[in-house]
Design a protein around this ligand. Structure first.
Ligand code: ATP
Length: 267
C-alpha cells in the first residue's frame, strides 16, 4: 500500500478513552459520525445521515491524528491515513490518480475512516495550488469528496490542519468538509487525563497526575508524551545501573517537565 502514499491501513483498536480531554470534540464526533451510523433510521427521520467530512484544526501535537484513529476504533472501521504532501510531490497526473486510488481503497475497506493529514498543503494561497497542476488536484479532491457523499454513508473523511482559513473555500461547502472542529491545547483537567493515559503500564512511585498537569501549562499532548518518555528513560538508566527495577517517580516527571518546552503557548 506504500506506493499509494498511504501511511497505513489498519483496524484501529484505539478508543475515545485513549484520548485525554477533548470532551467537546468527542461529543461533536459522536453527533456527526457515531450516532448517525448506529441509528441510521432515526437520523434519516430528521433528514440527517452519517458522512461528509470533518476538519479538525488546532495546534500541532494536540491529538488530531489520535482522535481520527480513535473515531475509527469506536465504530470498528478501517483507518487509512494519508499525508497530502506525499501526494503533492508526485508528477502532474500521477497525484490525481493516486488520490483516486486512495478513495477507491477506502471505499473497498468500508466502513472506513480516511484521514488526511497536512490538509494545509491544499491552501488556496500557495502558488502551486493556484497553478493549473494544483487546480486539477484540488478539483479531483473535490469530486472525490462529492462522490463519497453521494455513493456511501460508511466512508468518513477526516482532515487535519493547523490553519483551516487557508483552505480553498470550495472545500468547506456542505457535503464536503462541512464541519470544522477546533482541537484545543489541553487545559489543566485534560492534561491530568493525558498524564494518566501516558502513565499506563509503567512502574510508578509518587505519581500525582494533578501535579504533572500543574507543571505543564502550555504543553500539548505530544509534549506530555515527551515528558513521560524522558522520565522513563531516567528510570531505565538508573535501573540498569543498579541492576534493579526503578519506578518512574513524580520527581523524574517534574524534572522532565522542566526540560520539555511547551509548544502551544501562542494558541
Ligand atoms: P500534528 O498537527 O502535528 O499532526 P496532531 O494534532 O495530529 O499533530 P497527534 O499526532 O495526534 O497530534 O499527537 C501526537 C502524540 O501525542 C499522540 O500519538 C499521543 O501520544 C500524544 N497525544 C496528543 N494529544 C493527546 C491526547 N489528547 N491524549 C493522549 N495523548 C495525546
Amino acid at each position: 500500500a506504500l506506493d499509494l502514499g498511504i501511511d497505513f491501513k489498519v483496524k484501529s483498536d484505539l478508543k475515545f478513552s485513549d484520548v485525554g480531554g477533548m470532551e467537546q470534540v468527542k461529543d461533536d464526533i459522536r453527533m456527526k459520525i457515531i450516532h448517525p451510523l448506529k441509528n441510521p433510521d432515526l437520523f434519516a427521520a430528521y433528514g440527517k445521515k452519517a458522512g461528509g467530512g470533518v476538519l479538525l484544526y488546532g495546534p500541532p501535537g494536540c491529538g488530531k491524528t489520535l482522535m481520527a484513529q480513535a473515531t475509527a476504533g469506536e465504530i470498528d472501521a478501517t483507518f487509512l491515513a494519508v499525508g497530502l504532501h506525499q501526494i503533492l510531490d508526485m508528477y502532474m497526473g500521477e497525484s490525481e490518480q493516486k488520490l483516486h486510488k486512495i478513495f477507491e481503497l477506502a471505499r473497498k475497506s468500508r466502513p472506513s475512516v480516511l484521514f488526511f493529514d497536512e490538509t494545509d498543503a491544499l491552501a488556496a494561497d500557495r502558488r502551486d495550488m493556484r497553478q493549473s497542476a494544483g487546480r486539477t488536484l484540488v478539483n479531483q479532491f473535490l469530486s472525490e469528496l462529492d462522490g463519497a457523499q453521494a455513493q456511501n454513508d460508511d466512508l468518513l473523511i477526516l482532515g487535519a490542519t493547523n490553519a483551516p482559513w487557508q483552505l480553498d473555500s470550495a472545500f468547506l461547502r456542505p457535503g464536503r468538509f462541512d464541519r470544522i472542529i477546533f482541537v484545543p491545547p489541553p487545559d489543566r483537567a485534560a492534561r491530568e487525563e493525558i498524564a494518566k493515559i501516558h502513565a499506563k503500564g509503567k512502574p510508578l512511585a509518587d505519581f500525582d497526575p494533578a501535579d504533572v498537569a500543574k507543571r505543564t501549562e502550555g504543553f500539548s499532548g505530544a509534549d506530555l508524551k515527551a515528558v513521560f518518555d524522558q522520565a522513563t528513560e531516567a528510570a531505565l538508566t538508573e535501573a540498569m545501573r543498579k541492576g534493579n527495577m526503578v519506578p518512574v517517580t513524580g520527581k523524574m516527571l517534574a524534572n522532565a517537565a522542566k526540560n520539555v518546552k511547551p509548544s502551544t503557548k501562542k494558541w
